[in-house]
Design a protein. Structure first.
Length: 304
């Protein structure tokens, strides 16, 4: 396919969401506002004098069970599902206004966001989209956990998980530059084991979880089925990965491989990339399937 420069996009009109935070359980109202070209994704705490935090790697905070941003002690928590939807649908610039610290969990996936983006449509802007073109291998290892990014065309992703039963081993391979993110990745929900609930609540986590916002698992199986995909668990990890790597500030041109990774590993890769300027260059495009007006960028499954 011949080179074609793609242009940045924002949403055509404001979008409102409300709900509770997955971990805080706190009610939150959130509004997405169109933003000028070149401004990126910026969170704004309307309850704290409109304090702003850019969705970039240097602002990453706690990453144990969710990806959070912090600047000058101001926190934005659980950003990954929204960031994944923005990257997956091709939204480059937006202001995210929130009146509390945590992004609403909604149904535990990115689907409500991409449905809203599709409803209002996207506006093309007069600035070419920049990509982070990977020039050399960058890897992060932690015992059996691994994540690496390598030179390549498109935005390839290979993700492997290996959880206790009833999940077990799952693998997903695809490319964010082609296919259908909305169909194959956005609906995949977050998940957790019932036996871990008491421990997590004692840690101040999952106070906002419900059967409507996460897949609940016991050793016997899924308690609140049916699943949306047979391999929904690994697809959700891909969803998280896309959201976390959005903190590089631009879409990646290259290939990402992850094994048993999670938020901490995802964001460690971002920070390692940002520290090594020789590992990447800025490029104005790559061989990406031509986007039609308001159509989502996608992720085409190659194997599962």
């Amino acid at each position: 396919m011949a080179f074609e420069a793609h242009f940045e996009r924002t949403i055509r009109s404001e979008i409102g969401f409300s709900g509770v935070g997955l971990h805080s359980g706190a009610p939150v109202s959130m509004r997405l506002v169109p933003a000028p070209a070149g401004s990126g994704i910026v969170f704004r705490r309307t309850d704290l004098d409109n304090f702003e935090i850019a969705a970039i790697g240097r602002n990453v905070a706690k990453v144990s069970y969710a990806t959070s941003l912090m600047r000058q002690s101001v926190l934005i928590s659980t950003t990954e599902h929204l960031l994944s939807a923005l990257i997956g649908f091709g939204v480059d610039n937006v202001i995210v206004e929130m009146d509390n610290l945590e992004v609403p969990i909604l149904d535990g996936s990115s689907l409500p966001y991409v449905q809203a983006f599709h409803s209002v449509g996207l506006k093309q802007q007069r600035r070419k989209r920049e990509y982070l073109r990977i020039l050399k291998d960058v890897e992060v290892r932690d015992g059996s956990k691994f994540i690496g990014v390598y030179p390549g065309s498109g935005y390839g992703i290979e993700y492997t998980i290996d959880f206790p039963e009833p999940i077990g081993y799952e693998r997903f391979t695809g490319d964010l530059a082609t296919g259908d993110y909305v169909k194959l990745i956005a609906p995949a929900r977050t998940f957790g084991f019932k036996e871990d609930e008491a421990m997590l609540r004692d840690m101040g986590l999952i106070r906002g979880v419900s059967d409507d916002s996460a897949i609940i698992l016991s050793r016997q199986g899924v308690e609140n089925g049916p699943l949306r995909f047979d391999d929904e668990f690994v697809r959700h990890k891909v969803l998280d990965l896309i959201g976390d790597l959005a903190l590089a500030g631009r879409r990646i041109q290259g290939r990402v491989v992850a094994e048993r990774a999670g938020h901490a590993m995802h964001t460690a890769l971002v920070q390692r990339l940002m520290r090594d300027r020789s590992a990447w260059e800025l490029a104005h495009g790559y061989d990406e399937v031509a986007e039609v007006e308001a159509a989502p960028m996608g992720l085409q499954q190659v194997s599962a």
